[in-house]
Design a protein around this ligand. Structure first.
Ligand code: G4P
Ligand code: NA
Ligand code: NA
Length: 194
């Protein structure tokens, strides 16, 4: 998505060769028009898939899952990172190891909101190590729902996430794919096909 690449070039702060800060339009302040446009783009790319539900993980995937849900005319569900007392006991649960925090946490989805008849698109802001997304893929498969694919806003293609998901047979579409970056410089992979 050209518009997204331009914003990353203009406003992204490259803190190191691996960390990109996009707090002015994606992760802290959110450009609502851009977020809605990402949803329309995912709806276009995955439009023939008869998607019934969009799935993400709290917190920063939520606005993009909502945008995709609006564009597709379906609900979205966000996986929770901690079991809360108000949740029912019937949960799909997957462990996620966070490399950045060096700890493992549980992600969970109430079984009422994901069913064998669903056709699911997973959406998230970043595809990095892929840890959280692999957990979501496992939850979809445990539920018996059909996984249509994974849509990411920004993929850091030099990290292992894409490879991990592809090894699980998952279709991935990222709206901006970063081949490499360093302060003051970002290189994108050109979009191909879909
Ligand atoms: P992931 O690829 O499965 O997301 O896992 P990883 O452990 O690599 O990333 C940990 C968190 O950092 C994730 O958010 C992820 O979205 C975010 N992240 C990874 N790389 C970048 C980056 O370059 N820039 C920014 N801004 N974020 C990055 P999270 O901990 O799941 O939480 P939340 O922020 O969604 O609440
Ligand atoms: Na995220
Ligand atoms: Na994040």
């Amino acid at each position: 998505m050209k518009e997204l690449e331009e914003r990353i070039r203009r406003e992204g702060a490259i803190l190191s060769e691996t960390v990109l800060k996009v707090d002015s339009f994606l992760n802290h302040q959110v450009d609502t028009e851009l977020a809605l446009a990402t949803g329309r783009e995912f709806a276009r790319v995955f439009g023939d898939e008869k998607i019934t539900k969009v799935l993400t993980i709290e917190a920063s995937g939520i606005q993009f899952a909502m945008a995709a849900g609006i564009a597709l005319g379906v609900p979205f569900v966000y996986a929770k990172k901690k079991k809360a007392v108000t949740q029912s006991d019937k949960l799909y649960v997957a462990p996620v190891h966070s490399f950045t925090r060096g700890e493992t946490y549980q992600v969970s989805v109430d079984q009422r909101y994901l069913n064998a008849g669903d056709r699911v698109l997973i959406v998230d802001d970043f595809l990095a190590t892929g840890a959280a997304l692999v957990g979501l893929v496992d939850i979809v498969r445990e539920s018996g729902a059909e996984l249509v694919g994974v849509g990411c806003i920004i993929e850091k293609s030099f990290q292992e996430g894409r490879g991990l998901l592809e090894a699980k047979g998952v279709r991935i579409h990222s709206l901006a794919r970063i081949a490499s970056m360093k302060p003051g410089e970002v290189h994108f992979i050109e979009e191909t096909g879909n």
